[in-house]
Each structure stands twice: as structure tokens, then as C-alpha cells.
Design a protein. Sequence first.
Length: 94
Amino acid sequence: MRVIGRRLLLYVVTAWVAITVNFVIPRLMPGNPIQTMIGKLTNQVTPQEIQAIRSAFGVGLSQNWWTQYWHYLGQLVHGNLGGRGKGRETVRHN
């Protein structure tokens, strides 16, 4: 029974580390993620469209990391894995 408990704890810790690394690495990258996302269209995108992209990320990028992290964990717990690269479909429905 102890072996099962230790393995279960190891799986939980490993999952938490993987989720945390997946959250932190994109935020350590230089630059603004929204500007990176729209790339070459910088001069063709209106400020309203940039704001729409910013709100599509859910929690604002201007909020602190802890708020973003808790929102991220909450979305994962509810099965929201984010959106696809193109279109408005969510990953969960595919």
C-alpha cells in the first residue's frame, strides 16, 4: 500500500511540475505574445482587434503571474485546454 501511495504522489508531483513548466516557459520568452501572434500584420490590425485578441486569452496579460497561474489551473481542472491555432473552436470539442 505504501508503494502505491508513493507512486501516486510521484505522479501528482510530476503532473504539477509539467503543468507549471508549460505555464512558465511561454511567459519567459522575450517580447509581447500578442505582437508575436499577429506577426507581420502589425500595421494592418486595428487596436480593437488587438484588444479582442488580448481578451481571447482570458485573464489579461497585464495581471500578475499568480492570478494568471490560478486561472490557468482552474481552466485545466474544468477541461478547457485552450483554443486551436485557427478559428474559434476549442480543443476540447475536437
